[in-house]
Design a protein around this ligand. Structure first.
Ligand code: HEM
Length: 140
């Protein structure tokens, strides 16, 4: 289920947790929870190095974000996890994320997934599930 929305003013336009499979194969292709943790450790370093994403992450609680991303991706792939974070609309509100930084973030994730040898088809299933979230993350 969607996490509780603490601010009723915020109406998400895309689900934070779109479950995209009904078997465990996809989750296993990402290496399970352990694999997802390695993916987040690698990609956070990239986000902190990329000039388009760095300003958003450098003064944030990186360990908490990584943990919540592991939980979120795990739930999306129907893994045995629960998501403890906020909706995408809530978490990114007022941050002034633009299209360029959104795509930079996704590109760095793809570099990590390639490095970790996640099959291309599996990568695409995840990215396709994340794409509609841009409506809740990007401030026009
Ligand atoms: C599909 C793309 C994205 C997904 C799936 C995603 C997911 C998440 C998740 C799960 C959290 C933790 C939720 C919470 O704080 O309760 C979070 C927080 C955060 N995200 Fe994203 N995010 C995305 C795009 C972006 C982009 C493009 C940026 C900036 C370049 C960004 C910057 C941040 C920051 C700075 C936080 C921490 C907010 C805080 O501490 O209050 N995110 N994101």
């Amino acid at each position: 289920a969607e996490p509780a929305i603490s601010d009723t003013e915020i109406k998400p336009s895309a689900p934070t947790l779109p479950i995209i499979t009904d078997d465990t194969a996809l989750f296993e292709q990402f290496g399970g929870r352990e694999g997802l943790t390695k993916i987040m450790d690698d990609v956070m370093v990239r986000w902190l190095a990329n000039p388009r994403t760095k300003p958003f992450f450098e003064n944030s609680d990186q360990d908490r974000i990584k943990l919540q991303l592991v939980e979120q991706f795990c739930v999306i792939m129907k893994g045995p996890c629960e998501y403890s974070g906020r909706t995408m609309a809530e978490a990114h509100r007022g941050m002034n994320v633009n299209e360029g930084s959104f795509y930079a973030l996704v590109e760095e994730l793809q570099i990590t997934l390639n490095k970790m040898d996640v099959p291309f088809r599996a990568q695409n299933r995840l990215i396709a599930a994340l794409a509609p979230m841009h409506r809740d993350i990007i401030d026009k």
